[in-house]
Ligand binder design. Structure first.
Ligand SMILES: NC(=O)c1ccc[n+]([C@@H]2O[C@H](COP(=O)([O-])OP(=O)(O)OC[C@H]3O[C@@H](n4cnc5c(N)ncnc54)[C@H](O)[C@@H]3O)[C@@H](O)[C@H]2O)c1
Length: 416
C-alpha cells in the first residue's frame, strides 16, 4: 500500500484531533501543517511533533509539492475555493463540513472530481453517528419498508459558539461569520437521513425562518456576511421517492445535547424514534408478524453511557443531556474494521466518528476507490439547504432543488 502525505490547513479547534489521528494511521507517511496565524502553527507543530509547517494554504501548496493530499479545516465559508484550488493542483482533498457555500462552487467541485478522478471526501461526522448507522443498516435490510417520513436536526445555541467565532482572528467583527444562515450548515441533519436512502435525493423544499432580534446583535441586515435575519430555520423537503423530511437548523434554542440526531425515521413497515437518549424501533401492524418493539438504548448510546447507566451512577435529570455522552464508540460501531491503532481509542468527541472518517479517506486515496461522503453525496447534503434559505427569505415558497446526479457508476465504491 502506498502511504499518503497530507497537508492540514487550518489549526483551530477542530483539526487538532484529526492531526493526531492522521499521524497514527498506518497508511499515512507524513502530516504537514499550515495556518495564517504563526503562534497556532508553532504550537501545533510542537504538540504533534510535525517537521514541516507553512504560514498559509497557498504557501503550503507552493512549498510542499510532494503532498498528495490536503485536509481543509478552515472556517466553513472558506472551504469551496480552497477545495477547488487543491483539486486543480492535483491533490486528493479531505474537507471538514460543509463542501462549499454556493451552488456554483459545489458544481465546480463535482466537475473537477469527475475530470481529475482525485478523491474528494467531506468529513461528515454524523454519517458515523450511531442513530444514522442504525437507520442505514435497518433500511438496507428492508426493516423499514419504503421510507415515508423523517425528522432530524442540529441544535446548537449560538451562545455556546460565541467563543468559537471569537477564536477566528480577522479584520471583521466575529459576528460577521457567526450569523451564517442556519441552512448553510444543514449537512449533519440531512446526511443522517439521506445517507440511509442512498437511492434518493431531495427534489423540493419549503422553509420558514425565525427572525432574531436578540441583544447579541448577530442576525439581521448588515450584521453578518449574508444579511441573514434568521437564527432558526425549519425546512420540509420532498424526496425523489415521494417521502418527506423535516429538518430543523436551530441556533437559538433552550435545549442541550445530543446536538445532532434523528428523532423520527418512518417507513411503511417499521419506524425508529428517539427522545434524548431513549431509542426504539417498532414494526408496524402491516408486517407479517404484527407490531413489535425493540429497545435500542444499549446499541445506540455510547459505551460509557451504557456502563454508567448499568452501574446506577447516572443522574437521569442531568446526565443524558451531557456532552460526555456523545463521546466514545457505541456498540453499533464496527470498530473491528478500523486499523488496530484505533481500536482502543479513548473517548473521542462526536461519537468517535473521527477515526472512521480518517480511515475512509486514507483507504480511498490508497485504493483509488470512491468513499462515502464523496463530492456527489456532499452536494446532496448541502444544496438543499442553500435553496431552503432562499425559500425562507421568500416567506416559505415551495422551490425546486437542483440535483447534480449520482457519482459515476464505473467508479468502484470503497464499500458495497
Ligand atoms: N462535527 C463537525 O463536523 C465539525 C465540528 C466543528 C467544526 N467543524 C468544521 O471545522 C472547520 C474548522 O472549525 P474550527 O472551529 O476549528 O475553526 P477555527 O476558526 O477555530 O479555525 C480555523 C483556522 O483556519 C485558519 N485559516 C484561515 N484561513 C487560512 C488560510 N488561508 N491558510 C491557513 N489557515 C487558515 C484560521 O487562522 C484558523 O486558525 C469549520 O469549517 C467547521 O465547520 C466541523
Amino acid at each position: 500500500m502506498n502511504k499518503i502525505k497530507i497537508g492540514i490547513v487550518g489549526l483551530g479547534y477542530f483539526s487538532d484531533d484529526f492531526i493526531r489521528l492522521f499521524k497514527m494511521h498506518p497508511g499515512v507517511e507524513e502530516v504537514v501543517l499550515a495556518d495564517i496565524v504563526e503562534e497556532r502553527l508553532k504550537s501545533s507543530m510542537e504538540k504533534h511533533q510535525i517537521k514541516r509547517g507553512f504560514l498559509g494554504f497557498d504557501e503550503m501548496l507552493e512549498g510542499a509539492p510532494d503532498l498528495d493530499c490536503i485536509g481543509i479545516f478552515t472556517q466553513r465559508h472558506l472551504h469551496g475555493p480552497m477545495v477547488i484550488k487543491a483539486l486543480k493542483a492535483g491533490k486528493n482533498v479531505y474537507s471538514a463540513v460543509p463542501i462549499a457555500c454556493t451552488i456554483d462552487e459545489i458544481k465546480e467541485i463535482v466537475d473537477t472530481v469527475r475530470e481529475t478522478h482525485k478523491i474528494y471526501m467531506m468529513g461528515e461526522t454524523c454519517y458515523y453517528y450511531p442513530c444514522a448507522i442504525f437507520c442505514r443498516q435497518k433500511y438496507k435490510e428492508g426493516g423499514f419498508g419504503n421510507f415515508v417520513y423523517g425528522e432530524s436536526q442540529y441544535y446548537h445555541d449560538i451562545s455556546e459558539m460565541y467563543h468559537d467565532f471569537q477564536h477566528t482572528l480577522g479584520k471583521d467583527d466575529w459576528r460577521m461569520p457567526a450569523g451564517i444562515p442556519p441552512m448553510f450548515y444543514p449537512t449533519h441533519s440531512i446526511a443522517m437521513i439521506l445517507s440511509a436512502l442512498s437511492n434518493q435525493h431531495i427534489t423540493q423544499v419549503s422553509c420558514l425562518g425565525l427572525e432574531d432580534h436578540n441583544k447579541d446583535n448577530i442576525y439581521g441586515a448588515g450584521k453578518n456576511y449574508w444579511d441573514n435575519p434568521f437564527s432558526n430555520e425549519t425546512a420540509l423537503f420532498r424526496l425523489s421517492g415521494g417521502g418527506v423530511m423535516r429538518i430543523n437548523e436551530f441556533r437559538r434554542v433552550g435545549i442541550n445535547k445530543p446536538s445532532s440526531y434523528i428523532t423520527a425515521f418512518y417507513g411503511d413497515e417499521g419506524s425508529y424514534e428517539c427522545s434524548v437518549t431513549q431509542h426504539t424501533f417498532q414494526r408496524g401492524s402491516s408486517t407479517e408478524d404484527g407490531p413489535r418493539i425493540e429497545y435500542l438504548d444499549e446499541l445506540i448510546n455510547c459505551n460509557n453511557y451504557i456502563k454508567d447507566k448499568k452501574a446506577g451512577t447516572m443522574d437521569m435529570t442531568k446526565d443524558p443531556c451531557s456532552v460526555k455522552y456523545i463521546i466514545g464508540y457505541a456498540p453499533v460501531h464496527d470498530v473491528a474494521r478500523l486499523p488496530e491503532v484505533y481500536h482502543n481509542e479513548g473517548p473521542g468527541n462526536h461519537f468517535n466518528s473521527h477515526p472512521f472518517l480518517v480511515d475512509d479517506f486514507a483507504r480511498a486515496v490508497t485504493s483509488g476507490k470512491l468513499p462515502p461522503n464523496n463530492a456527489w453525496d456532499a452536494a446532496r447534503y448541502m444544496i438543499p439547504g442553500l435553496i431552503a434559505h432562499e425559500s425562507a427569505l421568500q416567506g416559505g415558497i415551495l422551490m425546486d432543488v437542483p440535483d447534480l446526479g449520482d457519482a459515476p457508476s464505473d467508479w468502484e465504491r470503497l464499500y458495497k
